[in-house]
Every structure is written in C-alpha cells, then in structure tokens.
Design a protein. Structure first.
Length: 132
C-alpha cells in the first residue's frame, strides 16, 4: 500500500483485507475449478494425522480466513488444527511466523514445541523460510 502512496495505518489495511476476503469467498467455486491438490497431499495428511500425538496445522503467508477457505475448498481442512497455525496477518515477515505458531501451540496444547516427543516438520515451504 505504501508503494502506492497509501497509509495502511489509517484503517485502510483493514478495509482492504475485508474486501479481499469477501471477494475470494465469492470466488471459491473458481478457486476449486482452477486449482488442485498435489497428488498424495491428502494421503500424506491422513497418514501423519494418524500418528499418535501428532497435531497438524499450517504456516502460511495467507490471511487466516483465506488459509481456512483454501484448505476447505480443496478438502484438506479436516486434517489440520487451525488454532495452532500462523498466518500472514500475524506478522509482516514470513520468517516471523514460526514463533506465532509455537506460541499458539503452547497456549492451546499447554506445552512448548521443543517439549514434544517428535520434532516439528515443515512441508512445502520455500527454502529461504527456516523454522526457528
């Protein structure tokens, strides 16, 4: 927004995201028609979700409502606990998102991520986005 001379601090960012979310919800059918789930993704989520003690969520640059929309449109929402994820509206930099997901995990599950019996895993993210 600033690149276009607009100040997001004037409430404009909230208006923009509200319009964006509403528009994409209205176009959910187009999203389903034009997009696709990668082969094996649902099977992988099912298999990992069947492991005792494993909780799955998402860490994405998408806004929370758009992440839920996309996962729902493609039939993947049932595999994840959205409360534990981190989203584009949590931080400006994607590299800051893992800290948000770990804090949510501690808040909702009552344990810190490094206290879990298995390490955290990241699937499908860009190489320049390390988990901290």
């Amino acid at each position: 927004m600033r690149a276009h001379g607009l100040d997001p601090g004037d409430g404009l960012l909230g208006v923009f995201t509200d319009v964006l979310v509403a528009e994409l919800r209205n176009r959910a059918g187009e999203l389903a028609a034009d997009g696709h789930v990668l082969p094996g993704a649902a099977d992988a989520l099912t298999a990992v979700g069947a492991v005792p003690g494993v909780r799955q969520s998402v860490l994405t640059g998408n806004l929370y409502p758009l992440a839920v929309l996309k996962m729902t449109v493609f039939g993947l929402a049932e595999h994840v606990d959205f409360r534990l994820g981190a989203y584009g509206d949590d931080a400006l930099e994607r590299t800051d998102l893992p800290a948000h997901a770990f804090a949510r995990t501690e808040r909702y599950l009552g344990r810190r991520h490094h206290d879990a019996p298995l390490p955290c895993a990241k699937v499908g993210a860009a190489l320049q986005q390390p988990v901290r």
